[in-house]
Design a binder for this molecule. Structure first.
Ligand SMILES: Nc1ncnc2c1ncn2[C@@H]1O[C@H](COP(=O)(O)OP(=O)(O)O)[C@@H](O)[C@H]1O
Ligand SMILES: [Mg+2]
Length: 403
């Protein structure tokens, strides 16, 4: 009997999952609120539905007699996926676990309870309380929406007397408001700021076993908004540091209590110690889980995530030759885009995939979140260092002329 998989969300990030499931001989039902969503055209059946509505999606799931549901590279419908798993007895995370894995406050509580390394974090009771908590904090802080993603609404707040310039009360209140407005549940966290490089850890949990596939190094814009400018695999850090990161991620996944799912853990290293930023109980975005991981490990993480969603044992063996891989994002100077030139460099044989999201006449925004980046290029090479060098060269040499 052909298995039937519901894919919640069918945007560009979900396309590799939809295509892979089709290749695996699965009947794919893709659902998205946008009838023009790119992935809908690759599915066996396309359904336009509000994927954040539990009742509407549950109705679809029942009518379609699905064997499993997956919500890759996005968080908007995690609760919906959990509800389907609960009601239909499917393999994957429960609704309760989905809530824990998308609410940054509940996640911090779970990490603390489970002994997973995590920065100090408080759920603030309003702007005055936040300011008071900031004074009590040991070093710098970070304000963030309790529920959102893609670095939206996040800002570092700096104690007075620091070179980087202090955050006075007026600035603090403004940044608090930004975080509040970006929060799906209208609450804001203030956290201890962890200084240091950032990583992600890709994981498949099956039958209670937490399998770490790889560790990714990240490049971000840094303060104030920490937008991700790119990623590379495997990590260029020492074996010891990589092991520290893996152990933190495993502890975090166990603390969240999730099972039979992919996980994308984010962590920072400070003074040789790992601190979890967050863990998504799903495939990660930014092409990390869907493209970089199979390129660098040879393990088909997408197929594995689909398998566990259908309740089948995942195949975590090496299927292709592992390479060094790097993705970098185009973030040109803000302004009106008049011309893009030197794109021939994108024909390099080491370029695996690229896309530019803008054309002449478009307004290039300031980069304040993942959504305001202008394009990407993925490069494979014999080592991650070489892949990084080539990707950076390409990012610098494609010319975006803005006025
Ligand atoms: N406590 C912290 N200390 C240092 N940096 C942080 C902290 N929390 C978040 N960040 C930075 O902000 C980024 C986004 O935060 P995160 O909690 O992952 O939210 P999002 O869901 O928007 O990705 C992180 O990847 C990291 O660079
Ligand atoms: Mg994050």
């Amino acid at each position: 009997m052909q298995k039937r998989l519901l894919v919640l969300a069918a945007g560009i990030l979900q396309v590799p999952v939809i295509k892979k499931a089709k290749d695996m001989g699965i009947f794919v039902i893709a659902a998205d609120g946008n009838q023009n969503a790119e992935g809908l055209k690759y599915a066996d059946k396309a359904i336009v539905v509000n994927i954040t509505s539990e009742e509407e999606v549950l109705k679809v799931a029942r009518e379609e007699r699905i064997d499993g549901v997956i919500h890759p590279c996005s968080e908007v419908a995690m609760n919906v996926m959990g509800r389907l798993n609960d009601e239909l007895g499917l393999s994957g995370i429960t609704r309760e676990q989905a809530i824990r894995a998308t609410n940054k406050h509940l996640m911090r509580e779970a990490f603390e309870k489970g002994g997973a390394p995590s920065p100090k974090s408080v759920l603030t009771k309003g702007v005055e309380d936040a300011w008071k908590q900031f004074q009590k904090l040991d070093g710098d802080g970070i304000l963030k929406p309790s529920r959102n993603s893609g670095s939206r609404g996040i800002a570092k707040v700096i104690k007075s007397g620091r070179d980087e310039g202090n955050t006075n009360k007026e600035n603090f209140c403004r940044l608090y408001d930004v975080a509040l407005n970006e929060s799906r549940d209208k609450s804001v966290l203030l956290e201890q700021f962890i200084e240091g490089p950032e990583f992600s850890i890709e994981i498949i949990v099956w039958n209670g076993k937490v399998n770490v596939l790889t560790v990714t190094d990240k490049k971000t814009t840094g303060a104030p908004h920490f937008v991700e400018l790119g990623h590379n695999q495997p990590s260029c850090f020492s074996a010891e540091e990589v092991e520290t990161l893996k152990a933190a991620a495993v502890a975090g996944v166990k603390a969240l209590g999730v099972n039979n799912c992919a996980c994308h853990a984010e962590a920072k290293l400070m003074d040789g110690k790992a601190y979890l930023m967050e863990i998504g109980a799903r495939l990660g975005g930014d092409f990390i889980s869907t493209e970089l991981t199979h390129l660098s490990t040879g393990i088909d993480m997408v197929a594995a995530a689909i398998d566990v969603a259908l309740g089948s044992e995942p195949d975590l063996s090496i299927k292709e030759e592992p390479k060094g891989v790097c993705i970098r994002y185009f973030c040109p100077r803000p302004g009106k885009l008049v011309n893009i030139s030197n794109t021939e460099i994108l024909n390099d044989a080491h370029v695996y995939l690229w896309e530019i999201y803008h054309k002449a006449g478009d307004e290039i925004p300031e980069v304040t979140s993942s959504l305001s980046r202008s394009g990407h290029v993925i490069v494979t090479e014999e080592s991650p260092q070489k892949a990084i060098a080539l990707a950076e060269k390409i990012i610098n040499e494609v010319k975006f002329e803005t006025v």
